[in-house]
Design a protein around this ligand. Structure first.
Ligand SMILES: [Zn+2]
Length: 246
């Protein structure tokens, strides 16, 4: 890297990384839902799902009830008509025919009424359950809205801090050769956010060093190259850029 002061660039890069890690943390905080809100959202959604389910059930029962009701009205009208016609009957035979018809209609009306009564009870039960759920939701709503608003304000505040730090970061990045930044960023993406690592002495005599990030001891010639600071040297074990440290 002709003309570039690698050691100076790496010192700046290390500071840049500290800023990047702060940004990562802010991003994670923004995404983290407060437990209170998460719990309440869950409660809210469970009730809402249940409400949708009950309303669908009610719709089906009501459809069935209305179908029966329509048929009952039809049968009742037919029976009334038969009763009226029976009064006009001109022979005993005809009277008996009407009697049979009325009897048949009555039987069917009774059967259908028997089938319809439980539907009415079911509709009443569902309507009561729906009302209860709606009341529960109405009770949860203000607290949920309060927590949602609080969370939005929290995120907005973090976002402001994030944008400020992001601008600082961009200014810092401008002082570092683009090639170094690109390599650092590629490693950072692949290596859990750490792209540059210091060499840390092993023992008191500072003769051997290990990589700060992966802790593997570095071969002497690698450590020497890092100290010379003439090129970018990567840890042979984890591939991160090595900096000799301050
Ligand atoms: Zn390493």
């Amino acid at each position: 890297m002709g003309g570039v002061d690698v050691a100076a660039a790496l010192a700046e890069l290390y500071q840049l990384q500290a800023k990047d890690l702060e940004l990562d943390q802010l991003e994670a905080e923004m995404k983290r839902l407060p437990p209170e809100l998460a719990e309440l959202r869950k409660k809210w959604e469970e009730r809402l799902d249940r409400l949708t389910e009950l309303k669908e059930q009610l719709k089906q029962v009501r459809r069935e009830y209305e179908k029966n009701d329509l048929e009952l009205k039809d049968l009742t009208a037919k029976r009334t008509q038969a009763q009226e016609e029976q009064l006009q009957a001109e022979s005993a035979r005809e009277v008996t025919q009407y009697e049979n018809r009325i009897q048949q209609l009555s039987t069917r009306i009774d059967e259908l009424t028997e089938l319809t009564l439980p539907l009415i009870e079911e509709m009443e039960r569902l309507e009561a359950a729906i009302k209860e759920l709606e009341a529960e939701l109405a009770e949860l709503k203000p607290e949920l809205e309060r927590l949602e608003a609080e969370n939005e304000a929290r995120i907005a505040e973090l976002k402001t801090t994030y944008e400020e730090k992001r601008a600082e970061r961009e200014a810092m990045a401008k002082a570092i050769p683009a090639l170094v930044i690109r390599e650092y960023e590629a490693i950072r993406r692949a290596r859990k956010g750490i792209g540059v690592a210091r060499m840390v002495p092993v023992g008191e005599d500072r003769q051997a060093f290990r990589c700060e990030a992966c802790s593997v001891q570095l071969p002497t010639h690698v450590a020497q190259k890092v100290y010379q600071g003439r090129q970018l040297v990567r840890c042979p074990s984890c591939g991160r850029i090595l900096w000799k440290g301050p």
